[in-house]
Design a protein around this ligand. Structure first.
Ligand code: PMP
Length: 300
C-alpha cells in the first residue's frame, strides 16, 4: 500500500503518499501504542463520520493518550484527504500512535502522531459471497476479558488476535473466523460483529469484551424500526444448532450473510435479506443519514 500516487494527511498537512513515513524506533510499532479507525465513503461522504472520529479519541484515551486534535479538526482533515484523492466510494483509515522520543515500555513523553489515509475501495467480500453468504471457522484464539486488555478500544494490539484467527480460517478455505470470548461465548468475527436469527427474532452478543460496532448499532436500529425484536445477550456456540440465519456487520463487510460456521449450515433467509437491503438503502442515500443517528443508544 505504500507505493502509490496520492496524498496522506500527516500531523496537520497533506504529504505525498510515498513520503508518509515514520521512524523504526516508534513506540507504536514496538509496544502497540496505536489506535485506528475504519470508515466508508459513500457518494463522497463519510458514513457516521462523527461517531468514528469520537471513537478514535475514546480509543486513544482508553490506551492512556490524547489525540491532539478535536473531532471537528479530524472531520476536516478526513474531508481534505477524500477530496485530494478524488474518492467518491472508498475507505478512510485514521491512525494515531506514540512516537519515538522514548524507547521502553514507559512512553509518557512521546509525541502523539495522527495520520489519515483514504483509498477507493470496493466490497470486502466478492459480490457472490455477499449474495450466497460467507463461510466461517471457529478460531482457536479467543477475545480477552476486560481485565486483560482495553477491549473497547480499537487498539492495534488487539488485532493480533484477529490476524491469527483470520489466517487460520483462510488456510483452511474459510472466508473468516468466528472468535469466542474468554468465557466460551460467541463474540465476533475478525473485523465485524455477528447476529443470529432464531424464529424471526434477532440475537447478538452483548458487546462486553469487544467493539460495539457502529454498523452493529445501525443495524439494531434498522431492525427495531422494521418491527424486529433484538436481543443483546450471552450466546453460547451450541445455540447455532437452533439458528436459522447468521450475518455479520461492520464498516468493511457492511451487512454480509454467513452460510456456514464449521460444520453447521445456514440459509441466507428473509430477515438477513431485508436488513442487507435496508442497510444498502441507508448508506446509498446520504441525504437520509441525519435522521438516522446511530449515536442513539440501543434500547435496553
Ligand atoms: N469488531 C472488530 C474486531 C472490528 O475490527 C470491527 C470494525 N471496526 C467491528 C467489530 C465493527 O465495527 P464497526 O461497525 O464500527 O466498523
Amino acid at each position: 500500500y505504500d507505493d502509490r500516487d496520492g496524498s496522506i494527511w500527516y500531523n496537520g498537512a497533506l504529504v505525498p503518499w510515498r513520503d508518509a513515513k515514520l521512524h523504526v524506533l516508534t513506540h507504536g510499532l514496538h509496544y502497540a501504542s496505536c489506535v485506528f479507525e475504519g470508515e466508508r465513503v459513500y457518494q463522497g461522504a463519510i458514513f457516521k463520520r462523527d461517531e468514528h472520529h469520537q471513537r478514535l479519541l475514546d480509543s486513544a484515551r482508553l490506551m492512556g493518550f490524547e489525540v491532539p486534535y478535536s473531532v471537528d479538526e479530524i472531520n476536516r482533515a478526513a474531508e481534505q484527504v477524500i477530496e485530494a484523492n478524488g474518492i467518491t466510494e472508498g475507505y478512510v483509515r485514521p491512525v494515531a500512535w506514540r512516537g519515538s522520543e522514548q524507547m521502553g515500555v514507559a512512553a509518557q513523553r512521546n509525541r502523539i502522531h495522527l495520520a489519515i489515509a483514504a483509498w477507493k475501495w470496493d466490497t470486502y467480500f466478492t459480490p457472490e459471497a455477499r449474495l450466497k453468504g460467507i463461510q466461517m471457522r471457529t478460531s482457536p484464539w479467543s477475545r480477552p476479558s476486560p481485565q486483560t486488555a482495553p477491549v473497547h478500544s480499537k487498539a492495534s494490539g488487539l488485532y493480533m488476535i484477529c490476524t491469527l484467527s483470520k489466517h487460520t480460517a483462510e488456510a483452511e478455505g474459510f472466508n473468516d473466523a468466528l472468535m469466542l470470548d474468554y468465557r466460551g461465548r460467541i463474540a465476533e468475527a475478525t473485523g465485524a460483529n455477528i447476529f443470529l436469527v432464531q424464529n424471526g427474532e434477532l440475537h447478538t452478543p452483548e458487546p462486553d469484551c469487544f467493539l460495539d460496532g457502529i454498523t452493529r448499532r445501525t443495524v439494531v436500529q434498522l431492525a427495531r424500526e422494521r418491527g424486529y425484536t433484538v436481543h443483546e445477550r450471552a450466546i453460547m456456540p451450541a445455540e447455532l444448532d437452533r439458528t436459522d440465519e447468521v450475518f455479520i456487520t461492520g464498516t468493511a463487510v457492511e451487512v454480509t450473510p454467513v452460510n456456514r460456521i464449521d460444520d453447521r449450515h445456514f440459509t441466507v433467509g428473509p430477515v438477513t435479506r431485508e436488513l442487507v437491503d435496508a442497510f444498502d438503502t441507508l448508506v446509498q442515500n446520504p441525504g437520509t443519514w441525519d435522521q438516522h443517528a446511530a449515536s442513539t443508544p440501543p434500547a435496553a
